[in-house]
Design a protein around this ligand. Sequence first.
Ligand code: SAM
Length: 278
Amino acid sequence: MPPIDRLPPLREVIATHGLAAKKSLGQNFLLDLNLTARIARIPGDLTQADVLEVGPGPGGLTRGLLAEGARRVLAIEKDTRCLPALAEIAEAYPDRLEVIEGDALEVDARAHLNSPIHVVANLPYNVGTELLIRWLTPAEWPPYWQSLTLMFQREVAERIVAQPGTKAYGRLAVLAQWKAEARIALTLPPEAFTPPPKISSAVVHLRPRPQPAFPADPAAMERVVAKAFNQRRKMLRAALKGLHPQIEAKLEEADIAPTARAETLSIEQFAALARTLG
Ligand code: SAM
């Protein structure tokens, strides 16, 4: 396959800039530019869109996004060692790459982006779930983003797309699928990364629903779901004790057997319960 751009191969970039991976920053780099271009294609046509990338590192995915034609990429990177390598990419793609040095949990990315906006990231594992929850719980819905294309540890990806009645089904599945359509777009073995992590990874693609799948107050939904899964092996009448003095009656009012367990409840049933409990 021809190279996707005229910049040096990523192994060379890493050697030139001394970017030995740091475990503390969750650094497992993707060095195969054909693979990063494949990930960049998951959200669809980006030529009229801004892309938010968290943790560009040496820039493999950034280069994939730009080579695939993204209108603009805003990349937030905490590791200052990566900035010279990212500056070279910015130079190769004039006016299309902005790099912010900082912690993605602190930076107000929205202020630097124009709609439509897609989020694409090979996330640092230590902040991935936190960022996903933030993207799924903005003050207003629909959110500012048109899609999220995110790399997670495979086990986390499976928790996001899990169906009721499975071990992986929990808070993350209910929240993600209540707000968005979620699917695993790609799974990758440890060897796809440098250095290889201990486990496989997967890219999850989420598209926001115009409104949550079933009506319910988000705070009430979060309370019920959190409490239900906190003691997932208990029957709901016990797990949800404390949410309402007549919890059994409330469960029945929502058409849910008080003896059912959280992991068997559909998202529709959680929403019905959240509405009943108010
Ligand atoms: N995107 C690159 C790739 O695919 O090769 C690097 C992925 S690596 C798994 C995660 C990257 O996120 C690292 O470059 C790391 O320095 C950066 N990072 C870690 N914590 C961060 C944070 N809180 N905010 C922004 N970037 C962070």
